[in-house]
Ligand binder design. Structure first.
Ligand code: FAD
Length: 142
């Protein structure tokens, strides 16, 4: 298997919490079967998603995701071979908005948050990893 990581960002269309639940339902059901791991950030204005798995699996999944009308302006940031997964614990770690998330995002981008401003995809991956860890801590404390 050629282990790969794919990173993209996009703009949600007019969607609500029920749509997010359905998207996550697909993630949890399909990604486990396909040995895909990753994280999905959603702050109301943007999606950023990191997907890890076999290159052929991610190619097909990305085509499906890119055509999904629950988001638009899909921008592929990275699709590269990697030696190991960074999100191996999660079929899809969901990262929603919140005070702690906001604080972490500001660290990476002090002004108005816009993923177009990321000069390298590694920064977006690092941000999602930090946000995923914070989300995990919140779950443990709850
Ligand atoms: P289906 O049987 O086609 O549908 C599953 C559920 O999703 C149903 O409840 C259905 O009503 C709903 N649904 C499907 N398409 C739409 C639509 N266009 N509008 C409203 N509801 C819809 N899928 C993954 O498998 N893994 C991922 O990591 C993943 N990440 C995503 C990230 C984003 C930002 C978005 C927008 C979608 C993502 N999806 C992901 C969903 C993907 O685009 C497909 O909808 C899904 O893979 C289809 O899976 P299925 O054939 O099992 O589901």
């Amino acid at each position: 298997m050629f282990l790969s990581r794919l990173v993209y960002f996009s703009r949600p269309t007019s969607i609500g919490d029920a749509d997010i639940d359905r998207i996550l339902g697909s993630c949890y059901a399909n990604n486990h079967i396909n040995n895909v791991t990753g994280a999905l950030f959603y702050d109301g204005g943007w999606f950023i998603q990191v997907l890890e798995g076999a290159r052929s699996t991610l190619s097909k999944l990305f085509v499906t995701i890119a055509m999904d009308d629950r988001h638009t302006d899909v921008n592929l940031m990275e699709f590269a071979f990697v030696r190991q997964r960074m999100f191996s614990d999660w079929t899809m770690r969901y990262i929603g908005g919140g005070a702690e998330q906001e604080r972490i995002v500001r660290k990476y981008m002090p002004g108005c948050f816009d993923p177009n401003m990321f000069t390298e995809s590694a920064l977006a991956v690092q941000l999602l990893r930090e946000l995923a860890d914070a989300a995990e801590r919140e779950v443990e404390l709850a």
